[in-house]
Each structure stands twice: as structure tokens, then as C-alpha cells.
Design a protein around this ligand. Structure first.
Ligand code: SF4
Length: 343
């Protein structure tokens, strides 16, 4: 029998709960190269130091302004530059958004995310979004929006409205970024993240894998995220959902174990962050999703749609959670008066 007290894996795992911001690409590559069982063990150990391993936070995502986006993100069905099945729509009314939010809360969501296909919000539209944020918060859910690039003033306005999280992904490595997007730079994205952080809003920032990038790019993406001055509180790892008409359509699918490895490495690098198993769950087997939870994924989206793409149905999620003994994380407390005022 090997002596596990002297084996390198448990010893390394003991150090994985510390927060570091000086990861090198070589260290991250070495994590990706670990034997699968060692990697999952370390990721799960790091996860347990910061989270209940049997709880998963559930969010619902609504597209409040769909399609017609002037950006050219090569994976996105909402870009006006590509001929995709998604048609442009106007910004939804506040009442319609709050009606959807009430339904999401009844279905078990503790966070409500609202996405708009904009390069950046106009100030008059931002005011409507602020009304939505206030309304959702009054229902007792955490709020998250993704609206594109922000100025410092816009970030401050969102904070004033009570926004909990701002989602803005870096998408991939700095090196691969230009292969996927040309209408805004990597630095533009980092600047928006800086404005959001300065405003005191939690950051939701991750990327997309399976876009034809190399492992070195997945390493580069996680290197950028884990070396930010503060780790994003939420790190969504999305598996590309291919949409016909987008430039990345037809890319070879990413191997499931490589996806799970990406989740596990993200967890070891940013152990106190919630790593979110985001887009692409619809394409995954129950077993792959279970491995993602074992690797430290602590959050999912529920509801049949993710902005414009499919997501597993609620019944399927409930069945899987039942099999795994996973509970949803409770939402924030809200007073009855505040809830009634919102209804
Ligand atoms: S990802 Fe966002 S910014 Fe990029 S094209 Fe789609 S909606 Fe526009």
C-alpha cells in the first residue's frame, strides 16, 4: 500500500485553499497535466475548504434585449454581423422582466441574470435596467446584468441601483482573442472589469472553451483570471454551443474530460470563487455534469433557455440533483414588506 501521507497529492491539496494572484502559466499547465484523479481530488479538496460540496447555486438568465449587436464575437448568435436564426428585438419592458423574474424565483432561482446584446448601454436604457435591478432585488433575488462595456459612471449608477454582480467575460486567452473578436480589445474588457470592481460590484467573469483554441489558450485564460488583483467572485466556464452562421460553427467539439479539467483547474486557482458550469450543459451527459460538480463547479443556470440557446429542462435537473444528493443554495433573505411591495 502506498503511504498517502507522504504522497505529493494530499500535501499539495493542503495548500490549495490559499488565494494566490501570482500563478505562472507553467504552474497552471502542470495542473492540467496531473493524472485525472489527482486533479479532481485537489479541486474537490480546495472546494470543500470554501463551500458546502453538496450545494449548488442556481441562477436564471433572461435576454432582456436580444440580437442586433454591433460586436462580432465569433461564437455569438446575437451579432448583427452573422446570418443566424436570432432576430433583433427591442429592450423588454420592466413589467415583463419582473413577471419572468417572479416565475424564476418560484422555480428555485436565487439569482436573476439579465443580458442585453449591446456594445455598451446608452444612459437612457441604463435607467430602465436600473428599474429592473431594483424590482428583482425587491423579490429577494440576487441581481446580475451583462450589458457590454461600461464607463466608470455607468458602473457607479448600477451599484447605486443595488446591482450585486456584473458579468463581463474575457472569453479566452489574450493570444487567441483576436481570432474570435475584432470589434473590441482584450484591454477594453479588462478596463470594464476595472470600472465594475472600482464601483464595488461583484464580478462574474470567465470564458468559453471549445472554440478551436488550444489547451495553451485555456491556460492563458485562467492565468488572466487568477492573476487579477481580486479573483472574480463568479467564474463561468462555458462550453461552446455552436450556432449555424457563426464563424466558429463546425469547430471540433471539446473532449468532455478536458472540459472537466478546465473546471478543476479554475477551482484550484480561484478556490474561493464560485465556478459556474454555464452554457453547454444541454450537451453534457449526467455523468459529465456530476464530474463537473466533483471538480468544484458550484453554480448552474436553470430554466429552458440561456439568452438564446437551450438549457436542460427543470425536471432533468431535479432528477440529477436527486441522484447526486445536491441541494440548491438558498437565496438572500428579504423582508415580507419588501417582497409585497414588489408584487
Ligand atoms: S457576445 Fe455580447 S457583445 Fe458579443 S456579439 Fe454577442 S451580444 Fe454582442
Amino acid at each position: 500500500m502506498p503511504d498517502i501521507t507522504t504522497a505529493p497529492t494530499p500535501a499539495a491539496a493542503a495548500n490549495d485553499s490559499a488565494l494566490r494572484h501570482d500563478w505562472t502559466r507553467e504552474e497552471i499547465a502542470a495542473l492540467f497535466d496531473l493524472p485525472f484523479n489527482d486533479l479532481i481530488f485537489r479541486a474537490q479538496t480546495a472546494h470543500r475548504r470554501h463551500f458546502d460540496p453538496n450545494e449548488v447555486q442556481m441562477s436564471t438568465l433572461l435576454s432582456i434585449k436580444t440580437g442586433g449587436c454591433p460586436e462580432d464575437c465569433g461564437y455569438c448568435s446575437q451579432s448583427a454581423k452573422f446570418d443566424t436564426p436570432v432576430k433583433a428585438e427591442k429592450l423588454m419592458s420592466v413589467d415583463a422582466v419582473l413577471a419572468e423574474a417572479r416565475r424564476a424565483k418560484q422555480a428555485g432561482a436565487s439569482r436573476y441574470c439579465m443580458g442585453a446584446a449591446w456594445r455598451n448601454p446608452k444612459d437612457k436604457d441604463l435607467e430602465k435596467v436600473c428599474e429592473m435591478i431594483e424590482g428583482v432585488a425587491a423579490l429577494g433575488m440576487e441581481t446580475c446584468v451583462t450589458l457590454g462595456m461600461l464607463t466608470d459612471n455607468q458602473a457607479a449608477r448600477l451599484k447605486e441601483a443595488g446591482l450585486d454582480y456584473y458579468n463581463h467575460n474575457i472569453d479566452t486567452s489574450p493570444e487567441y482573442y483576436g481570432e474570435v473578436i475584432t470589434t473590441r480589445t482584450y484591454q477594453d474588457r479588462l478596463d470594464t472589469l476595472g470600472s465594475v470592481r472600482d464601483a464595488g460590484i461583484n464580478i462574474c467573469c470567465g470564458g468559453i472553451v471549445g472554440m478551436g483554441e488550444a489547451r495553451a489558450d485555456r491556460i492563458g485564460m485562467l492565468h488572466t483570471l487568477s492573476n487579477l488583483a481580486e479573483h472574480p467572485e463568479s467564474v463561468p466556464i462555458n462550453l461552446l454551443i455552436q450556432t449555424e452562421g457563426t464563424p466558429v460553427f463546425g469547430t471540433d467539439p471539446l473532449d468532455s474530460f478536458e472540459f472537466v479539467r478546465t473546471i478543476a483547474v479554475a477551482k484550484i486557482l480561484m478556490p474561493a470563487s464560485v465556478v459556474r458550469l454555464s452554457a453547454g450543459r444541454e450537451l453534457m451527459s449526467e455523468e459529465t455534469q456530476a464530474l463537473c460538480f466533483l471538480a468544484g463547479a458550484g453554480s448552474i443556470f436553470i430554466g429552458p433557455k440561456l439568452l438564446t440557446t437551450r438549457n436542460p429542462e427543470k425536471d432533468r435537473d431535479e432528477t440529477l440533483f436527486g441522484k447526486l444528493g445536491i441541494r440548491p443554495t438558498a437565496g438572500p433573505d428579504v423582508t415580507d414588506a419588501a417582497q409585497q411591495a414588489a408584487e
